[in-house]
Design a protein around this ligand. Structure first.
Ligand code: PRP
Length: 216
């Protein structure tokens, strides 16, 4: 019997991590108990499953996969939309659902060339261009909800999950741009050269996703 090839998977630290780990466990993978969201380790090897994990910033997952240092990755559709990397989107894992939305103060009024703050400058720019609206996009790396409160921007484009951050900062969701879930992505060469191992993981995860959908 031919040995299954080893796979390297880029995992996003943060909100997706726990759900992705649970999914892998449900798929029958014997993941180490000390692999947790707050672990400081950046690589974890699971020899019995022929898997290694790179624990990286969510926004960097497509970079690791595109460059082939990871064969697979788990990443939010928001990051895929923003980064536009040359990777193969294999499977909607249907975890960590949220949306990319436009938000602002409830008494927001249209102004000429409004400023829009966002961690997603490309998504924001494209959305407003499609709407025929000219805006100035200001790139931020976090705490985006602060921008309209202190006059840095008129509106924001950001992730809304529970809606708590908007609410606690007195902001309202104005328009939904896209709904988001996490995806399994593959490096284009790995997808061909390690197809057996990739297919096996894809099928195992696909079954769990399906079971979750029908509530099994
Ligand atoms: C994200 C996003 C919002 C918040 C939305 O930020 O940018 O701020 O979560 O979630 P909610 O609707 O459940 O409140 P993140 O936690 O990644 O931190 P950041 O602001 O530092 O980017």
């Amino acid at each position: 019997m031919v040995e299954r090839q080893e796979l390297i998977v880029a995992m996003p630290k943060g909100r997706i991590f726990g759900e992705a780990l649970e999914l892998l466990r449900k798929a029958g993978l014997d993941m180490p108990q000390d692999l947790t969201e707050d672990s400081r380790k950046l690589t974890v090897t699971v020899p019995r499953e022929k898997l290694s994990f790179l624990l990286v910033k969510p926004v960097d997952v497509p970079t690791y996969v595109e460059h082939g240092v990871a064969d697979l990755g788990v990443v939010g559709k928001d990051v895929l939309m923003e980064e536009e990397r040359d990777v193969h989107e294999l499977l909607d894992l249907e975890i960590s659902p949220c949306r990319v939305s436009v938000a602002g103060l409830p008494d927001w009024k249209p102004v000429l060339n409004p400023k829009v703050a966002s961690k997603y400058p490309r998504i924001a720019d494209q959305y407003f261009r499609e709407q025929g609206q000219q805006v100035e996009v200001i790139r931020l790396n976090g705490s985006v909800e602060l921008a309209p409160l202190i006059g840095l921007a008129d509106r924001i484009v950001d992730i809304v999950s529970t809606g708590r951050t908007l609410k606690e900062n007195g902001l309202v969701e104005l328009e939904e741009i896209a709904s988001v879930t996490s995806r399994l992505i593959a490096n284009r060469s790995s997808y061909r050269l390690k197809s057996r191992a990739v297919d096996e993981l894809y099928e195992r995860l696909g079954k769990v996703v399906e079971q979750g959908r029908v509530g099994v």
